[in-house]
Design a protein. Structure first.
Length: 217
C-alpha cells in the first residue's frame, strides 16, 4: 500500500511538472528569449516560489525544457536516418529535420540558445543565468547521439569511434552555426540550405563504406 501511495505521489508530481513545462512553453512561444519566471508562474497560475520549488531557478527550468525538446529532436533525427532511402537522401532528411524544428518554433530555439537576462528577476532567479553553461551540454548531447548513429552505420576503420565522434560533433556544430545564421537572415529557402550543407558533407561521407554488421547510413 505504501509503495502504491509513493507511486501515486510520484505520478502526481510528474504530471504537475509536465503541466508547468507546457505553461513555460506557451510563454516562450509568446515572449521568446525574454520569457521570465514571473510570466511563467502567472501563466501556470502559481507563485514564483512554487515554480522555484519544482525547478530551482531559471537554469533548472531551461534544462528541463532543453531535455524535453532535445529528446524529441533526437527521435526525429534517428527516424530520418533510418528511413528506407539512399545515404544522401537520409543525410538531407536529417539536416532538414533539424532546420525544420528550429524554423517551426524559432521562439523556443532562441530561448534555449539566446535567452535574455531579465533585470527584474532577483539573484536567485534569472540574474547570472549563463546560457553557454546550459546550451553547451545540449549541443554535446546531439553530437554524441549523432556520433553513435555514424559509428553504428559506417565502417570507419581502426580509429572509427574517434572519427565518428569528431564527425558527430562537427556536423552538429555546422548545423547549429548554419541554422542560427539562416534563421536570423533567411538568405535562401530551407531546401537550398539543406542542399548546400549536404554538398559540404558529401566529400567525406561518400567515400566511406557501410558497416557489414550494421544497417548502413
Amino acid at each position: 500500500m505504501e509503495t502504491t501511495h509513493r507511486q501515486d505521489r510520484l505520478s502526481t508530481a510528474e504530471r504537475r511538472r509536465r503541466e508547468l513545462l507546457e505553461a513555460a512553453e506557451r510563454v516562450v512561444l509568446r515572449d521568446g528569449p525574454g520569457a521570465s519566471m514571473n510570466a511563467i508562474a502567472a501563466e501556470a497560475g502559481i507563485t514564483k516560489p512554487i515554480l522555484y520549488r519544482h525547478f530551482g531557478d531559471k537554469g533548472g527550468l531551461y534544462r528541463a525544457l532543453a531535455v524535453r525538446h532535445t529528446d524529441a529532436l533526437v527521435d526525429s533525427l534517428r527516424a530520418a536516418l533510418d528511413a528506407p532511402s539512399d545515404r544522401r537522401e537520409r543525410v538531407e532528411a536529417a539536416l532538414d529535420t533539424y532546420l525544420a524544428a528550429i524554423e517551426a518554433r524559432p521562439q523556443v530555439y532562441r530561448f534555449l540558445m539566446h535567452p535574455a537576462e531579465d533585470p527584474a528577476e532577483d539573484p536567485a532567479g534569472d540574474r547570472g543565468f549563463d546560457v553557454g553553461q546550459h546550451s553547451a551540454p545540449l549541443l554535446r548531447r546531439l553530437g554524441e547521439e549523432l556520433a553513435t548513429v555514424i559509428a553504428e552505420r559506417i565502417e570507419l576503420g581502426p580509429e572509427g569511434e574517434e572519427r565518428a565522434r569528431v564527425w558527430g560533433h562537427g556536423i552538429v556544430g555546422m548545423m547549429h552555426a548554419a541554422g542560427d545564421w539562416w534563421l536570423r537572415e533567411r538568405p535562401c529557402p530551407r531546401e537550398r540550405l539543406v542542399e548546400h550543407l549536404t554538398d559540404l558533407l558529401w566529400g567525406g561521407l561518400v567515400t566511406a563504406e557501410d558497416r557489414a554488421d550494421g544497417p548502413g547510413l
